[in-house]
Design a protein around this ligand. Structure first.
Ligand code: ADP
Ligand code: ADP
Length: 228
């Protein structure tokens, strides 16, 4: 079963003549293990789609469901879906390792187990030597890799990344994306990444295109559609 299924989903902000239709008519599904890039210009609705898939937002029409995820309410969903955001998201007073450990402790993972999972996640992203650094002692690319480690340490089935390379230079962005894809593959997690950069999109085998709040077929034919 797909990890996420959207059926004719829409999200409108506000009501009446001033209403903004952020996305509409979204029908798509993310199968286990998929590696999908959602490509489209700023304002095309990529973030809204990702928020709907993550359960961070609810559709105002249609349906978003998670048939392939064992659910224990919203809390369970939050554990199975990891979200990586664009900007800095580490907690400044905690070291890199402590940033990775904290959500695990909140999940109820014991201290020793949390420490060893954090160490393994940092290592899989090439960050073992930076575990004791404070966030302000990390470069933007390093900090984003720690944010990825923090998500992966929770062992999600699906990683949703919203413009994860948007604030990084091209080389650093590519490196972060590669380690994200490799670490997710090791874990067997599906990945969906949004980007406005077609060059970032080439790193993923499946590309969905968005324009004006809809998923559209690519003109070039180089991508595959989102499917039913
Ligand atoms: P993208 O991620 O592709 O840049 P978004 O999903 O952020 O696109 O935005 C899609 C559209 O919805 C844009 O027109 C944006 O201005 C609008 N939008 C997004 N969030 C809100 C909000 N909270 N209130 C009003 N309009 C919004
Ligand atoms: P992105 O394009 O990366 O999604 P944005 O700068 O468009 O980022 O949006 C950042 C935040 O502002 C999001 O939470 C989004 O929902 C909100 N937002 C975007 N457009 C609008 C808008 N027109 N009115 C109110 N909030 C908005």
């Amino acid at each position: 079963a797909p990890l996420v299924r959207c059926e004719n989903a829409a999200r409108t902000y506000g009501s009446g003549p001033g209403a903004v239709v952020a996305v509409h008519g979204l029908t798509c599904s993310v199968p286990p293990g998929a590696r999908i890039c959602v490509v489209g210009p700023s304002g095309s609705g990529k973030s809204t789609l990702l928020h709907l898939m993550a359960g961070l937002d609810r559709p105002t029409a249609g349906r978003v469901s998670h048939p392939g995820l064992d659910r224990e309410g919203t809390d369970g969903l939050a554990r199975r879906i990891g979200v990586v955001f664009q900007g800095p998201s580490l907690l400044p007073p905690l070291t890199a390792a402590e940033n990775v450990v904290l959500p695990l402790r909140i999940d109820g993972v014991g201290e020793d187990e949390a420490a060893s999972r954090a160490r393994a996640a940092l290592e899989s992203l090439g960050l073992q030597s930076l575990a004791g650094r404070m966030p302000d002692e990390l470069s933007a690319g390093q900090a984003q890799r720690v944010a990825v480690a923090r998500v992966l340490a929770r062992r999600p089935c699906l990683v949703l990344a919203d413009e994860p390379t948007g604030q990084l230079d091209r080389a650093t962005g590519c490196q972060v994306l590669r380690v994200l894809l490799d670490a997710a593959e090791e874990l067997g997690a599906a990945v969906l990444v949004t980007t406005h950069d077609p060059r970032v999109a080439r790193e993923l085998e499946t590309r969905w295109y968005m324009a004006d709040g809809r998923l559209v077929q690519p003109e070039t034919g180089s991508g595959t559609g989102p499917g039913p």
